[in-house]
Ligand binder design. Structure first.
Ligand code: X8Z
Ligand code: ZN
Length: 582
């Protein structure tokens, strides 16, 4: 390596980063505290506290970014240059430097989040307005298309009032992103993957093309079963599936349909919701199951403060943001989850997902502040899900939740359930940010927000709204991550990566058999390898982190396809005579 002849020396960059990280850590903690209080106690005052903390964090981050610009060309060793680069990508939103615009933007973002959290709807014929969890429950169990359409439309109405604020958020956020050198907020989001933003957009398309045939197969099978149930006037033979019939508010997870789409001989051999309900009505007990899984891999138990400070249930006396999330308030060990846990199979999975975040956060807590993050954001979302792939029927039997492990005759039902969760999700995971990227770039103007949303929903997912939706509605606002300003492509990536992690973790683990039947429960060697990757945080480009776990440097949908191979064969047989697509 050559000695730098121009530009600042490494020690100067080091001093700069030390000062920047010290201040940003303090500001970030302050913001997390305000955000936590707001999300667990929505009032006008907590909203304003959260907005102000965010404004201070953004201002300070932008200030450090601008001061870092002359250092970017510094010929210093890798880690310092990487930290300076990550500083530019620290926030999902940048406000314009003009104080009144920054104040307006942070106020809007907090208000949108609160509007979502307070959302309720009183379904026809009911006495009370219900929160999202209960509306979603109706979507899971009702088979009356009129009731389903009512509940679906009622929840989606919460989006309409957000439209103006959302358009303004796009405008102001873009101004901020341009001030710090990005084309727009979407380009900033696409820059977080150790490759040029254009290459990243192509990378997600590449992955989608690999899994699309499996999605088409699942879609055609489910459409036929729903057509048999509801009749061809409700579910068309060749068209998209009506979105209110899929057992989930956004048609992103179709697991609720399992009892109706699994035919007799492949009927689900057990009902995890019922098994959990027989054990306990205490949400903490359900969280303990997931904690014990991580312990079996060699991870230390969660700290006592986790149990004291987390929010596990919807409080009776105040408004909260129920959408599940995992936190690390001091960026060291003040780990928490915030979730309105229902004792059921879905939340059993979500808890594993959330704890994946917490164990990741703790594993990288000795890195410099700017490296206290995942290799890329899809990694953060994939860890807990990869663990949950090890929650096999044999594992459930091993921990005593099931009396005995079902034989391979249950495999198709099991894989169908997993596909209704994971494969159904893929196009949804992809399209949210396809939409937002175009919104941020201006390709989709405000007067086309809803039309373009449904065009993408139809193109990728093959679903359609129960009634025509015009520009008086703003349906993206009815999905948490849009008002909450959380990028979404991470979940698409995680749905590919988690299978790759699962396959990688199993290398060298005991036992054999097909991917879907294997579990890393109790496998210390797998646990050590996982810990090593998690502890890297964001210190190295993500291909290196991926290689540490799997030996592979590219994201690869092959593990997912291998996992579902037996189901693919079965679906294709079932689809004989069906036309795929819409
Ligand atoms: O938002 C989440 C997690 C919190 S990080 C519960 N997920 C996405 C969603 O609910 O839409 C997990 C899967 C997709
Ligand atoms: Zn998550």
């Amino acid at each position: 390596m050559t000695t730098p002849t121009t530009g600042p020396a490494a020690s100067e960059v080091e001093r700069f980063l030390y000062a920047a990280e010290t201040e940003l850590l303090a500001r970030s903690i302050e913001t997390q505290e305000a955000e936590w209080v707001y999300a667990t106690y929505i009032t006008p005052e907590t909203e304003s506290l959260a907005a102000r903390a965010n404004a201070r964090l953004i201002a300070s981050t932008v200030d450090w970014m601008k001061r870092a610009a002359p250092l970017a060309s510094a010929d210093v060793a890798g880690p310092l240059a990487r930290q300076v680069g990550l500083l530019r990508l620290l926030l999902p939103l940048v406000a314009p430097s003009e104080p009144s615009a920054a104040e307006e933007l942070t106020r809007i973002v907090a208000a949108l989040q609160g509007a979502y959290g307070r959302g309720r709807y009183r379904p026809r014929g009911r006495a009370e307005a219900l929160p999202l969890e209960q509306l979603d429950q109706i979507l899971k169990v009702s088979r009356d298309p009129a009731e389903l359409a009512d509940v679906w439309g009622g929840w989606h109405a919460i989006g309409a009032p957000m439209r103006g604020d959302f358009a303004r958020y796009v405008e102001l956020g873009n101004r901020g992103a341009r001030e710090v050198g990005f084309e727009d907020t979407g380009a900033m989001w696409r820059s977080k993957y150790d490759m040029p933003p254009g290459a990243f957009a192509r990378e997600v398309e590449r992955l989608w093309e690999k899994v699309r045939p499996l999605y088409l197969s699942l879609h055609a099978y489910v459409r036929r079963r729903l057509r048999e149930e509801y009749g061809e006037t409700v579910v068309p033979r060749h068209g998209p599936i009506p979105a209110h019939l899929l057992g989930n508010m956004w048609a992103q997870d179709w697991v609720a349909l399992l009892p109706r789409v699994a035919p007799g001989p492949t009927a689900p051999p057990y009902d995890l919701t019922a098994l959990l309900g027989q054990r306990t009505n205490d949400p903490r007990e359900i969280v303990r199951y997931a904690e014990r899984f991580f312990s079996s891999l060699g991870f230390a138990p969660l700290p006592p403060t986790f149990w004291d400070r987390s929010m596990f249930s919807r409080p009776a006396d105040r408004e909260v943001v129920c959408h599940a999330s995992a936190w690390d308030l001091d960026f060291v060990e003040d780990l928490r989850i915030k979730m309105c846990i229902e004792i059921d199979a879905e939340d059993f999975r979500v808890i594993h997902h959330e704890l994946g975040h917490n164990y990741y956060q703790r594993a990288y807590n000795r890195q410099p502040f700017l490296f206290r993050d995942s290799a890329h954001d899809g990694f953060h979302e994939a860890v807990g899900d990869a663990i949950a792939l090890s929650v096999t029927p044999a594992y459930l039997a091993r921990i005593g939740l099931l009396d005995s492990a079902p034989g391979p005759e249950g495999d198709i039902a099991f894989l169908l359930e997993r596909a209704l969760e994971k494969i159904a999700f893929l196009p949804f995971g992809l399209l949210i940010d396809q939409w937002r990227w175009k919104v941020f770039s201006g390709e989709i103007p405000p007067e086309e927000y809803n039309r373009s949303w449904w065009e993408l929903r139809r193109r990728y997912q093959g679903v359609a709204p129960p009634v025509p939706r015009g520009e008086d509605a703003f349906d993206p606002g009815a999905k948490y991550h849009v008002p909450a300003n959380v990028p979404y492509m991470r979940y698409f990536l995680a749905h590919i990566l988690q299978f790759q992690f699962h396959r990688g973790l199993l290398k060298g683990a005991g036992g054999d058999g097909p991917l879907h039947a294997r579990s890393i429960y109790g496998e210390r060697v797998a646990g050590e390898r996982l810990e090593r990757m998690l502890a890297m945080g964001a210190s190295r480009p993500w291909p290196e982190a991926l290689a540490a776990l799997t030996g592979e440097e590219r994201m690869d949908a092959g593990a997912l396809l291998e996992y579902f191979a037996p189901l693919r064969t079965w679906l294709d047989e079932q689809n004989d005579g069906e036309e795929l697509g819409w």
